[in-house]
Design a protein around this ligand. Structure first.
Ligand code: ACO
Length: 365
């Protein structure tokens, strides 16, 4: 009998600072109408704390949801491409904040797909018997290294985190991750690249904190659909199911048009799609995990639902997971852990980033 990795805890953490389309139109030449019609996005969140703080709160909520203590975590996998510090890693900071002293800690960076790749790695390690439980995280604080002067990218991204608690299940039931497909179009890695982040740029004398995004939107758009479509087809084939067996599709939320075109190509009805891109934009590694948590919280995912989660990110990495949800869709315990409060709005936080990069220009009255 194969041990399954049941998902028994889930939690999210969205920072309170909201940045809406109107706010963005005061920073770059854009409009609410353009952003909504091209992306489906209305607002996104900007963090006033570090990425490991968001991850910690999401993990605390996932543990309470599972009814587990921090000492019942064998492994923490932090999925994301934004880190407070490169050395030491972010997962060790989450361990420290949780007091999860029995946990091994690893960071995993496949950009936007990191949270879902983390689920695949933890699932495999539980099935192999290496560990019995794991906290997997998808978390990003992108706002400090966003180029807020570039309208092509500044409108697309936000900050956030989500986490899941996975535990070994010997009941023989088929629950948790049932099949996946993972891949990468490395030849296209330069079409989505953040120049200025990484040691290569420090060696080139690049000014600290300043970035330039290589972002070929239309090319990424096409490759995203190709990668997610390929992943979905492979995962469905591996599992030997019909598309009609899928109850809910929770895709990476990079653009509403990408989501709708993918569903169309897969011949999956739009009614099965879970969409929250209007609320948060693209939170990179946190996107699909936050969407999955909200699909459960909103009752879209039900007891025993079969869920398809396609995602893609810089690299260009892609993934598709088929997840069988367990019986329980409500948390065992509530969690009173929260972020420290802030009086700053999303726009004020962005202006703080611009000032830090020496880019903020007060509007001429
Ligand atoms: N506001 C107003 N106008 C804009 C903006 C803006 N924010 N951005 C671009 N424009 C203009 C362009 O300059 C262009 O004007 P022109 O015709 O005079 O040259 C026009 O609008 C059309 O621009 P396009 O780039 O053709 O717009 P498109 O319809 O392709 O939408 C978008 C752009 C939203 C970026 C789209 O290509 C997209 O979603 N691509 C994929 C993005 C993506 O997947 N991101 C996630 C990356 S992976 C990850 O998750 C990390």
């Amino acid at each position: 009998m194969i041990v399954q990795a049941a998902i028994t805890g889930w939690g999210k953490c969205l920072p309170p600072g909201v940045l809406n389309n109107h706010d963005l139109s005061t920073l770059v030449d854009t409009s609410d109408e353009w952003i909504v019609s091209r992306t489906g996005m209305k607002e996104r969140r900007i963090s006033h704390v570090d990425v490991s703080d968001l991850a910690y709160v999401a993990c605390a909520r996932a543990l309470a949801c599972a009814g587990k203590g921090a000492d019942q975590v064998d492994m923490i996998i932090f999925g994301g491409c934004s880190n407070d510090t490169q050395v030491p890693n972010s997962s060790s900071r989450v361990q420290q904040l949780l007091g999860a002293n029995n946990a091994a800690c690893m960071d995993l960076n496949t950009a936007c797909t990191s949270g879902m790749y983390a689920m695949s790695v933890a699932n495999a390690m539980i099935q192999a018997g290496t560990i019995r439980s794991a906290l997997i995280i998808g978390a990003e604080v992108i706002s400090p290294f966003m180029d807020w002067t570039d309208r092509n990218v500044a409108i697309l991204f936000g900050d956030g985190a989500a986490a899941f608690y996975l535990e070994a299940d010997d009941s023989g039931e088929e629950i948790g991750l049932q099949a996946e497909a993972l891949g990468c179009y490395g030849d296209s890695r330069d079409i989505l690249a953040v120049e200025g982040v990484g040691l290569k740029y420090a060696n080139l004398g690049w000014p600290l904190g300043s970035t330039h995004w290589n972002f070929e939107g239309q090319n990424i758009f096409k490759q995203a659909i190709k990668g997610m479509y390929t992943g979905c087809q492979q995962a469905i084939e591996k599992q030997g199911i019909a598309k009609s067996d899928i109850n809910v599709v929770v895709p990476h939320q990079a653009n509403l048009r990408i989501i709708e075109l993918l569903a169309n190509r897969l011949e999956l009805p739009e009614a099965k799609l879970f969409v929250n891109v209007h609320r948060y934009g693209n939170m990179s590694a946190a996107t699909a995990p936050v969407a999955l948590v909200e699909a459960v919280e909103e009752g879209v995912v039900e007891s025993g639902s079969l869920i398809l989660v396609p995602a893609f990110g810089a690299g260009l990495t892609w993934s598709a997971q088929l997840i069988r949800w367990g019986k329980r869709c409500t948390p065992i315990n509530d969690c009173d852990i929260d972020l420290p409060p802030t009086s700053m709005s999303g726009l004020e936080l962005v202006k703080q980033c611009l000032k830090a990069h020496g880019q903020y220009k007060a509007p001429v009255k």
